[in-house]
Design a protein around this ligand. Structure first.
Ligand code: ATP
Ligand code: MEV
Ligand code: MG
Length: 343
């Protein structure tokens, strides 16, 4: 049987980075997804133990680890389909050793973090059982749209479903996306957070939470509040195609906070207030065009204060940006979280 799980990317409207230091932040799922398909395989035809395989379809790269090698590196692992235990430094070192000998092009060396997260999640949940995972994604990687979280959430969803730890009982039989129950989502989210830690270093958990649960959320110190907005909020997302590494950026902010503790505490406090205010603006009931425009203006101002300059003339701005070679996504925000499909 093949299990497919898809998880959305996200945008953060306010509170990015400050959320790692305890400020509130507001994030929304976007309708761009990463899909992980998983098929458990029989043991090798030659009587061998088979292999764990990963096919990263978008980058045209495939990876394979003989189960015997995985077992030799990690020992007895797997079967942990309850709450996760974090990846210990020894485990991470063993996982990193498994990357040796894999042909990762220098230009895509950043994939190593994703491969480590995959190996940790796969082996912790399924042990050294042979299987093949295929990943495809609509999301640009390293562009701030939560590709790492969508990768970890969709992969955790597929692995835990294959392990029988979560899932819609029996499935509908039809090939359509179904939503998980709340407890299952909680479990997937906990596992995905462990994967995010391998990729991000010190994540707040906002990205994996919004990717798992969907919708628009306020997130503060690990606590999630669903924001209820009766009117859809539309955003224009622009990929500057200038890649960056979130782990390095997060570490940079922490270093700055330790160099300037008082000043940065005030910055984090200000960002917290912006996120709190933005959350209430999102939930304001808006009945007519004037109220919608006024809400958009308030959101724009708060986002600008947070960091970003927001524009409402979407088509005009998109055309202008695209004429300069940028890529724009017009995304619906606040949609579904993790979904699963069993063929
Ligand atoms: N589809 C994918 N396949 C394999 N690895 C992936 C995939 N998507 C993300 N990753 C892993 O996640 C890393 C990118 O994570 P990073 O947190 O730096 O960027 P992001 O998640 O796109 O942005 P942000 O966290 O700021 O929203 C990649 O370097 C890779 O290791
Ligand atoms: C930059 C950051 O705030 C969001 C990354 O999308 C880091 C985090 O919260 O883990
Ligand atoms: Mg990320």
């Amino acid at each position: 049987m093949e299990v497919r799980a898809r998880a959305p990317g996200k945008i953060i409207l306010a509170g990015e980075h400050a959320v790692v230091h305890g400020s509130a932040a507001v994030a929304a799922a976007i309708d761009l997804y990463t899909t992980s398909s998983l098929r458990l395989l029989p043991a090798g035809e030659d009587g061998g133990a088979g292999a764990v395989e990963l096919d990263l379809r978008d980058s045209g790269l495939t990876f394979s680890w003989p189960c015997s090698r995985v077992h030799a590196a990690l020992g007895e692992v797997g079967g942990k389909s309850g709450a996760p235990t974090p990846c210990s430094p020894d485990e991470l070192a063993a996982v990193s050793k498994l990357l040796e000998g894999q042909e990762i092009p220098e230009a895509k060396i950043w994939l190593s973090a994703g491969l480590s997260a995959f190996l940790f999640l796969y082996t912790s949940i399924l042990g050294c059982r042979p299987g093949k995972a295929v990943v495809t994604s609509d999301l640009p990687i390293g562009a701030g749209l939560g590709s790492s979280a969508a990768f970890c959430v969709s992969m955790s969803g597929a692995l835990l479903t294959a392990a029988g730890a979560v899932g819609v009982a029996g499935g509908s039989g039809a090939e359509e996306w179904e939503l998980f129950g709340k407890d299952d989502l909680e479990l997937v989210n906990q596992w995905a957070f462990q994967g995010e830690k391998i990729i991000h270093g010190k994540p707040s958990g906002i990205d994996n939470s919004v990717s798992t649960f969907g919708s628009m959320i306020k997130f503060k110190k690990g606590e999630l509040t669903n924001l209820k907005s009766r009117n859809p909020v539309k955003m224009l997302i622009t990929d500057t195609r200038v890649g960056r590494n979130t782990k390095a950026l997060v570490a940079g902010v922490s270093e700055r906070a330790s160099r300037h503790p008082d000043a940065m505490a005030s910055v984090f406090n200000a960002v917290n207030s912006i996120s709190e205010e933005l959350s209430s603006v999102v939930e304001l009931p808006v009945e007519d065009e004037i109220a919608i425009t006024s809400r958009e203006d308030k959101l724009a101002e708060l986002m600008e204060m947070n960091q970003v300059s927001a524009h409402t003339v979407l088509e005009k701005v998109a055309t202008e940006l695209e004429s300069h070679g940028f890529r724009c996504f017009k995304a619906e925000v606040g949609g579904h979280g993790l979904q699963v499909c069993r063929a």
